[in-house]
Design a protein around this ligand. Sequence first.
Ligand code: CA
Length: 226
Amino acid sequence: MQILVVEDERRLAEALGQILREKKYMVDLAYDGRDGLDMAMSSIYDVIILDVMLPKMNGIDVAQNLRKEKIATPILMLTAKDQISDKVKGLDAGADDYMTKPFSPDELLARVRALTRRQGEVVMDTVEFGDLVLNLSTCDLSCGDKSVHLNFKEFEIMKILLGNNQNVTTKDDLIVKVWGYDSNAVDNNVEVYISFLRKKLDFIGTDVEIVSLRKIGYRLGVKKDA
Ligand code: CA
């Protein structure tokens, strides 16, 4: 789960980031509305936490612009005071929920959980491809009665490859979605994790393989019978 926090009060932004990271969310921070909008346009986020009063572009305008561009990422709006007008404007602009400052970490996490639940209409426990099954709650990858546990990044990569079915996933896409928008990860990091995943696929004896397309990326395929 990737979350974008758009908040100009740096201490609050950092605190939000810390609370969310402790719960294993990946967090990117933006400190003004312009940057927030640019980053949110990438549509890689599962939730956007958006302050109303922001330099360069206010949160209401950011939300409106996103919805106009058909970016449907759930937005949790932060309002400074308990101002009814801000809430109404925010919800009108396309926010999904709002929270009044100050708020407790528990309230924040509860609202983020609610928004991420609302996003997926059908909560799937497993994703399948060929004879391969990925369990989304345990992070186990299995084929028949053999299974292997995936670590966090392996799991995220596998989930993306499975989600794209046999379509190509680019390395850039994997870097942004798995390592984050402003990480220093490079192609080499991706290659290392792909090789870990290939070993695990071999280990469970699946017919599914990760096919490399030079300079483009990866896709899943099914090994042809010899
Ligand atoms: Ca502010």
